[in-house]
Design a protein around this ligand. Structure first.
Ligand SMILES: [Zn+2]
Ligand SMILES: [Zn+2]
Length: 224
């Protein structure tokens, strides 16, 4: 009969893995590879890089941690459950449960870990800070001020992080709004058409990058 050389318990009292009782074995050979995780967090908009830049949602972070915590290779049928338990300025704390089998003995192993936050500006905020814009919304016509109010209202509801205003330039009969996204400019243009504005879209070539033309889009809206 096996007797655990570490704690003295025997095979009849507790399950064994190899020469040790399960508990001692797991203490000596933690079945989860110990490492500190790091996640990029944009200090400007708060989004996190979880494979791509995403809204800082706890369920997305939890999934990301489960993918990055690794069971050691001797665990068969590993399954890891993660719960984020705390967040502060510099890190997230989480708890996890690993279930699986080692050497024919089933196990359930509880562990804890930390995800350090690494501050890094996301590409959208970096562009925004650099004065970048993709589109110009040109609001014109007798009722341009009404258009302007509606456009701003739409923009504040927009969830796309590129829906930012880089600059506003007053013009003789209206205003130009420099926008971070062509897609958003067109979407807003279509909305304004529904309230009777006319829309014209044109492009100018700004530069070329890797042989591809980079254009700026002009969305001219007119409401008389
Ligand atoms: Zn033992
Ligand atoms: Zn950002």
């Amino acid at each position: 009969m096996k007797v655990c050389p570490r704690c003295g318990k025997n095979e009849r009292e507790v399950p064994f893995i190899g020469f040790f009782c399960r508990e001692c074995y797991l203490e000596l050979n933690p079945p989860v590879e110990e490492r500190t995780l790091e996640v990029k967090v944009c200090p400007t908009c708060g989004r996190m890089f979880l494979g791509k830049w995403t809204e800082p949602r706890l369920d997305s972070l939890t999934k990301w941690i489960s993918r990055h915590v690794k069971a050691s290779p001797d665990v068969t049928h590993p399954s890891i459950t993660i719960a984020v338990t705390n967040e502060d300025e510099t890190s997230f704390t989480f708890r996890g449960i690993l279930t699986g089998v080692i050497g024919g003995t089933p196990l359930q192993y509880r562990f804890a870990g930390v995800v350090r936050k690494v501050k890094e500006q996301c590409p959208v905020c970096a562009r925004r800070a650099g004065g970048y814009y993709e589109a110009v919304l040109q609001l014109r016509g007798k009722r341009w001020e009404e258009l302007y109010r509606r456009v701003i209202d739409q923009l504040t509801r927009e969830k796309d992080p590129k829906a930012f205003i880089a600059k506003e330039i007053p013009r003789k009969n209206g205003i130009d709004i420099l926008l971070g996204s062509k897609k958003v400019a067109e979407k807003i243009g279509r909305r304004m058409r529904n309230i009777g504005a006319t829309m014209k879209i044109s492009h100018t070539l700004v530069t070329e990058r890797d042989g591809r033309p980079i254009t700026r889009e002009y969305v001219a809206l007119r409401l008389d």
